[in-house]
Design a protein around this ligand. Structure first.
Ligand SMILES: [Zn+2]
Length: 215
């Protein structure tokens, strides 16, 4: 009976969503109450440890407005510093760590002849609607299921931002940003960048909501 309540709520929320405009098509979002599979969670943490990633296990937390941070970790050391990382569900933290260590460095070698020494994030957990627009459904950020990446610091001192670089004058920077975006699409359920909509002109959004959606 509890599940019916969730279904009815989702139908009501969908009815309030309004025209789809330029945001990605509405997808059924995971009900906040859905518990994390303890076996998958154990495996996920073991995979993080096996990669040599250092992290803290965070206690499950639930907040007002349907927001929650369960099955989450705080990434402490993944190889290079990434600013502004807070609670992140392990299911995002794992592909994110792999993306940072493998895809980002490969693309930096291929296109920028160097390596990335630091990355900048706009954050992880945040209790807000999709695109921060009142009336939209809860963002995956409200479940600690998403991370936003805005800039890459290079070994030669350059700082590549999504905002300046995506459509900037340097073809190698444009290729680097497209390469890391493309590789993220193979790892995350939803990937949004500057081509998705104006809300993402200055960062990449990755989440493990229902996908795949890559734009
Ligand atoms: Zn985001």
């Amino acid at each position: 009976m509890k599940n019916w309540g969730v279904v009815i709520l989702l139908v009501l929320l969908a009815a309030c969503a309004g025209p789809p405009s330029r945001r990605p098509p509405a997808r059924p979002s995971t009900p906040a109450e859905q518990p994390d599979d303890p076996r998958k969670l154990r495996q996920c943490r073991a995979d993080l440890s096996a990669m040599g990633v250092k992290y803290e296990i965070l206690p499950d937390r639930r907040f007002a407005g349907g927001c929650s941070a369960t099955g989450s970790v705080k990434l402490v050391a993944i190889g290079i510093p990434v600013t502004n990382l807070g609670a992140l569900k392990c299911g995002v933290a794992l592909p994110f760590s792999q993306w940072v260590r493998e895809a980002v460095q490969q693309a930096a070698r291929a296109w920028l002849d160097g390596y990335v020494t630091k990355m900048e994030s706009f954050g992880t957990y945040s209790c807000r609607p999709v695109n921060g627009q009142i009336g939209n459904r809860l963002s995956e950020h409200g479940r600690a299921n998403a991370v936003d990446i805005s800039a890459f610091q290079l070994s030669d001192g350059r700082r590549i931002t999504v905002k300046e670089g995506w459509s900037g004058s340097d073809p190698n920077v444009r290729a680097f940003l497209r390469a890391v975006h493309r590789s993220a699409c193979r790892r995350f359920g939803i990937v949004l960048g500057p081509d998705a909509n104006a809300f993402h002109r200055d960062h990449f959004h990755f989440d493990m909501g229902k996908g795949p959606y890559c734009r």
